[in-house]
Ligand binder design. Sequence first.
Ligand code: ADP
Ligand code: MG
Length: 679
Amino acid sequence: MTPLSAISAYSKPLISNLSKLGIQSVQGLLLHLPLRYIDETHLTAVRDLRVGESVQVEGEIVHAEVSYKPRKALMARLEDASGQLTLRFLHFYPSQIAALKVGKKLRVYGEVRSGFFGYEMVHPSCKAVGETSVVAQTLTPVYPTVAGLSQASLRKAIGLALKQQAWAETLPASLYQALNLPSFADSLQALHNPAADADVAALSDKTTPQSRRLALDELLAQQLSMRKHYARRRSVDAPRFMPSKKWVSALLKSLPFALTAAQQKVALEIERDLTQAHPMQRLLQGDVGSGKTIVACMAALQAIENGWQVALMAPTEILAEQHYQKMLGWLKPLGIQTAWLTGSQSKKDRELAMQAIANGSAQLAVGTHALFQEAVQFKQLGLAIIDEQHRFGVQQRLALRQKGQPEPHQLMMTATPIPRTLSMSYYADLDVSVIDELPPGRTPIVTKLVSEARRDEILQRVRESCAQGHQAYWVCPLIEESEALQLVTANDTFALMQSIFPELAIGLVHGRLKSVEKQAVMTEFSAGRIQLLVATTVVEVGVDVPNANLMVIEHAERMGLSQLHQLRGRVGRGAAKSTCILLYQNKLSEMASARLKVIYESNDGFAIAQADLNLRGPGEFLGLRQSGVPMLKIADLNRDADLLEYAKSQAEALLNDYPSAVEQHLDRWLGHADELVKV
Ligand code: ADP
Ligand code: MG
């Protein structure tokens, strides 16, 4: 990598601004690609203007004024040989008033609109014209930038970087020529300075061969890096656990149900991993209610039967407690000791639990984040199971892993299905198992989209349902900006429900309650002594109350699709027909209605996740994983799905046949970030 300071023409302030954009090297600057392009290669006569087009017009200012009605605006008329065009500025500086004086010759660029006085441009970009000035020879790139760094300085800096020739080819020609893609150098040149006759639309959509070439490079870098980490992990030692001979079958015999075929399949995949001498890194995906917990318990038994300890970590106290109860019920009859560890238990209880974990008398430890704290020492941790893995950060998962010596096996679970393109890219370093079927006998949930205006009907519905002996959830709106406000809303809703339904036993659960209080409410609800549970989104994960068959979600439009799907999964757990009512505010944005439509039309977690990915990009899915895996900047998993397939198919051969080119390629695209990809 060539540091920016190697180019003497780059000033300190420029370098500091570039670093705000995440650009540290000349190579990094070259990979800072335009957002879009504008065409200043020719001039359009006023007579030929068309509304909606972005064009360049040259003329002389014939009139200029600052008007105050209806609001302050700077207006000017620009005239060429064929007619006049209005320029309008709603925000302006004194320097702009001076630049738009009558008699000035200007070249303006902007989108043509139809205004009160004919054609107009609002906030066009303006340049003074000298007698001999010529039009641009190439399309003008527009780059992502930060305050204080103008497009002009950025273009100049990139122009200089292009002269450094810091763009050695890192891929064998056959690899990119097979897709008819150009060389890396040609691609960079063409993207930073496209020819005047280039296709602006294709350039802006990033579908030209040059854009695709760079997207391919980026996707390859991701694949190569993931594969290297995968291979490195396979070279690390882990304890081997022979398949269970007694406890797993004893557990299965004690269950009131038989495993589904999908559960059997994934259980086998995990069983096989655990017999290997290198650490398992498996992600178990399965829609809400698909029965991941029992599969995790089977894996735990295999480790325990081989004499090792197991940690089971959940992101919230409610969920961890529920796992603990479940594990106790399953494992106690087998004579297995389970410890319980959270941040909120008494000091004495925690010390006892920690002791049992340290001396090995606890074979299983269930808990929250408390499990990976410094002070917690396992005697012999062989398997770490992490529920709702996306809720944990890279550091947290690493910390739990480091509690074992040698490295423990890891089983991560998620109810948020990961669309195929994502698991092929950001999750390519993990092995994935999918439970793709629900246990039999579940009645599908009916989802209804209802406007706020019909709230009274919904309240009536809650009343009737509870009168019939069922239970209901009322989920308060999500208020992301303020936890305090969220609390106020939850309390208000609770009070309101109490006044509307004096005959019902109503409970309230939110994130600020102490865990014993939370647990007390959940226990009451599970036992049926609370009929209506007012809740924030803390009920999103895990909670399992089969008699609850109605859920009302307020302001559903504020929530993510996968989150809504998770919430909805809290009902439909028993034999009775269940309904989920999504209350929305009357004025829905186009995006919001598109999203609610998806959740309304589909009960399939995978389809919902794919739609969420398309609508909102990968950020939501990756959650904290982001901090460990560099995000794609150029490639788009949707648009470039074919390139992703290709990169995946080529990565292995590249690693084997061109190891030094691979290193150069990774250095260019990931630099030190490659070191971060550890999980
Ligand atoms: P999730 O995958 O969402 O974590 P759980 O493991 O909590 O789902 O399982 C949901 C419910 O289904 C639990 O009550 C569990 O005991 C039950 N269950 C799991 N597997 C089966 C099965 N094969 N047949 C019937 N019920 C099952
Ligand atoms: Mg679960």
